[in-house]
Design a protein around this ligand. Structure first.
Ligand SMILES: [Ca+2]
Length: 514
């Protein structure tokens, strides 16, 4: 594999202006927190406990929906504050997936540090899970929100839990919830009485209010898996005040993807709007999606305020990430079932003690790097077989990159590999391929696969793809043909709603007259 100039691939450090209020909540302490006097008037030994972990995980959030990262059409002041107080990984990916419900393999990979080829993603059987390992290493562990990998694995992962939603999705105003009872068993299902994001924030706040900043207190691992901004795209009524303003179309908007990428029919996500996609429909859904993210941002603000009020902010590592991206009009698609950048890239921000502020890293990372990263930051040995790598060397400067290329394997229908400029996508069932020059075409709008001038890039990336396949145990035959795929037109295709969409969304987006 050819190597590339380090100046391109390496660490780009951007000094961002500081946001005083957020920094106060999340900035690392200038000195070791110690010296607090006890009731007896003694000063405890200077042995600060390991840093706490506050893990904020969004669902289906595109990487380009954070104001501090360049989106002028969304207001995310709290997440912006996390970016200013920490390190943002701007080329972070989910490693494809083995299911149209990409959430399942994504969360499985997050919690095991392994690729979906190496684990049972549905059950996580036999795997050492991230919160479980922290629990074994002296942490108090707490989980709230979505868990999409079975109840036995959740019970293994967490010591405490409240407002846990097992499954993939729900109407955000009728979330089926379970709590962990004092007997160590999950309680009977109840229906949440608030909007999902508020339920999960409330539960985590109740947990945080019981935690102590004293050095002798046990550190905590608090995992909050929000279900926003996953559909139904139903922001809380009246939120936000400027809901009537519509974000512009994505630059790679299409009314339809002109070929069947193998994931456009039979799934659920693509049915959430009619074909052809119209500008009005996409801009409405974007507004609803952005409003859910803005509401999520405000709820995270409540969590950070609690951390600060409890005196926990100085010794807490905060992770912000999402399980996968989404198309929402890009390429004529709505869902996450593609290897295009909009669906595979996710936000990833980390801040806290010992982590620099206001840095932006361009090196390639994956969600499954977070587990070994948190292990390194807390002095915990990762379990054997973890595939991800700690991203810490990327901000200390001891490494310029963790990998030369990113591999994106999506079920048995799409494979992609990218380097810092070029991206090759293969659709083995179609015998079709695309090549994008991400430097000049970051939105993947013009395939240059058939231009003979790029043959060397295709050859190099094909080799890289095969190397990745071998490394992770992917046996899919690539089919390196370049047949033009059959054209497809889904205009007027019948769509069925699902049990989770609220009535107004069914009326607005599923009325066959529209
Ligand atoms: Ca998801």
């Amino acid at each position: 594999m050819k190597s590339f100039p380090k100046s391109i691939l390496g660490l780009a450090v951007t000094a961002l202006s500081l946001h005083a209020a957020m920094l106060a909540a999340v900035a690392p302490a200038a000195t070791t927190p110690s010296g607090a006097s006890t009731k007896e008037g003694r000063t405890p030994a200077v042995s600060p406990s390991k840093p706490n972990i506050l893990f904020l995980f969004a669902d289906d959030q595109r990487a380009d929906t954070i104001a501090a990262h360049g989106n002028a059409h969304i207001k995310t002041p709290v997440i912006d504050g996390l970016a200013r107080a920490g390190v943002s990984f701007r080329n972070n990916y989910v490693f494809g997936g083995n299911s149209g419900a990409v959430c399942v393999p994504s969360r499985a990979m997050l919690h095991t540090g392994k690729t979906w080829f190496a684990i049972n993603t549905a059950t996580l059987a036999g795997e050492k899970l991230m919160p479980e390992l922290f629990g074994e290493n002296g942490y108090t562990t707490f989980g709230t929100g979505k868990w999409h990998n079975g109840q036995p694995s959740w019970l293994r992962a967490f010591q405490h839990g409240e407002s846990v939603m097992f499954g993939g999705m729900a109407n955000h105003e009728k979330v089926p919830l379970r709590d962990l009872g004092p007997d160590g068993k999950l309680t009977a299902e109840r229906i949440g009485e608030k909007f999902s994001t508020e339920l999960f924030a409330d539960a985590a706040i109740r947990f945080l209010e019981k935690q102590s900043p004293q050095p002798e207190a046990k550190p905590f691992f608090c995992y909050i898996a929000f279900t926003a901004p996953h559909d139904p795209r139903q922001p809380p009524p009246g939120f936000p005040a400027n809901y009537t303003s519509r974000p512009p179309l994505p630059k790679n908007f299409l009314s339809q993807l002109p070929f069947d990428n193998g994931a456009m029919q039979g799934g659920r996500d693509e049915n959430l709007g009619a074909w052809p996609r119209t500008e009005a429909m996409i801009r409405d859904q974007l507004a609803e999606y952005y409003a859910m993210i803005e509401h999520l941002d405000a709820q995270i603000g409540r969590l950070l305020a609690t951390l600060k009020a409890r005196g926990l902010a100085d010794n807490t590592i905060i992770v912000y990430a999402a399980d996968n991206g989404l198309a929402l009009g890009s390429h004529g698609l709505l869902g996450k079932q593609s290897v295009f950048e909009h669906s595979m890239r996710t936000p990833f921000i980390i801040g806290g003690p010992g982590i620099p502020q206001g840095k932006s890293v361009q090196a390639f990372t994956y969600l499954f790097d977070i587990f070994p990263t948190l292990c390194e930051l807390t002095g915990i040995t990762p379990p054997p077989g973890v595939f991800g790598e700690s991203v810490r060397p990327l901000w200390t400067g001891t490494k310029q990159s963790l990998r030369d290329t990113v591999f994106l394997p999506y079920i048995q229908v799409q494979r992609a590999v990218r380097d810092e400029r070029w991206k090759l996508i293969r659709y083995p069932k179609l015998g079709y391929s695309q090549l994008f020059d991400l430097q000049n075409d970051p939105n993947e709008t013009r395939s240059v696969y058939d231009d003979p001038a790029h043959a060397a890039h295709i050859a190099r990336l094909t080799t890289a793809m095969k190397t990745w396949q071998q490394k992770v145990g992917d046996t899919l035959a690539l089919n390196t043909g370049s047949n033009p795929p059959p054209k497809i037109d889904l205009t007027g295709k019948e769509r069925k709603t699902d049990q989770w969409q609220p009535e107004w969304i069914v009326k607005k987006y599923f009325d066959p007259a529209k």
